[in-house]
Write a protein that binds this ligand. Sequence first.
Ligand SMILES: [Zn+2]
Length: 416
Amino acid sequence: MDARDEPAHHGKGRFAAERGRRSFDDRLERRMIDPVELTRELIRRPSVTPRDEGAIEVLQRALEGLGFACHRLVFSEPGTDDVVNLYARLGAAAPNFCFAGHTDVVPVGDTGAWTVDPFAAELREETLWGRGAADMKGAIGAFAAAVERFLAERGREFGGSISLLVTGDEEGVNINGTKKVLAWLEERGERLDFCVVGEPTNARELGDMAKIGRRGSLTGYLTVKGTQGHTAYPHLADNAAHRLVEMLHALIATPLDEGTAHFQPSTLQVASIDIGNPVSNVIPAEARAVFNARFNDRWSSAALERHIRARLDGAGGRYELRVHVSGESFLTAPGRVSEIVVGAAEQVTGRRPELSTTGGTSDARFIVKHCPVVEFGLVGQTMHQVDERVPVADLERLSAIYRRILDNYFAADPVA
Ligand SMILES: [Zn+2]
């Protein structure tokens, strides 16, 4: 769709309406991308996973205005929803700096509990309100604006390429998103050299924290088998509930490990215990539990599964265990690459971000198989919550940080 056919909205003319009528340099002078306005445009597209609602196109228009070659990649698979993704690249030279993120958002929950319309992108008290403001449309707006400012100063011969890998399937099942874009890139022989993921990594203030790795996640579905019987005659039965208690005790009584150089100790949490016995005088024949382990780089998921099975075997009894691994742990060892991000954040905020591996999984777990990854974005305090919001000043400062990251990366001696 041509940008001019779109209904009137805030900020449209800033990056879209003039497209094609002015030279690249003219447009740069006009400072078309305002990080706040671009973020507002993105928030106004209610892109609750897996729907796109035009969010990718908003970004694509902004990037095309800067000269990016954009590939809109729609992936589908039987039994899953189609997902719109974007890979955009400016330049052909190496090294290729990649910014990765997602335009999809989690559902708003109870709309009535919001102070504002979650998709109206309201500005109130120097704060931008709306679903996705923090996680993570704000970071995308900040990065696009940073690229423009970087190009305005450096021109297009900055000694490499800048790319964006943005998916519409990060908050969902992660099937038709980043993983498939990476496979598509590999098929084309397209290489990423360094990636910054714009997830909200800061706990309270911009500059708190960058993430250089994440723990892995393994979910176990445990079914314990016994023999049904009368509670008055337990010697004739084998109580599955009792065996389950013993097995779960075996899993939680001793820590999995004591932590590693860059990781907290691995954890295992029982999420559910389910016997479903409607009466009190029958010994149950079957009992089920679900547990989730978040594991550090001491373990591969395979090694952890073997360890868990050994503990269950030690407790005794018949059981079935089905395991689902949603990601292995990974680490980009602290060094020159993490310093590019940490240094930039410190230059802008005066705070030196802690290098952390805490929190849940992100698409960084897929990207790290291709290049070093550091995650740095907004403050995550309100992400996934009612009244998600971000201070306007943080959007401006994050954009300044991303700009510095590009400066640091494409310095005279680029780190490839
Ligand atoms: Zn996110």
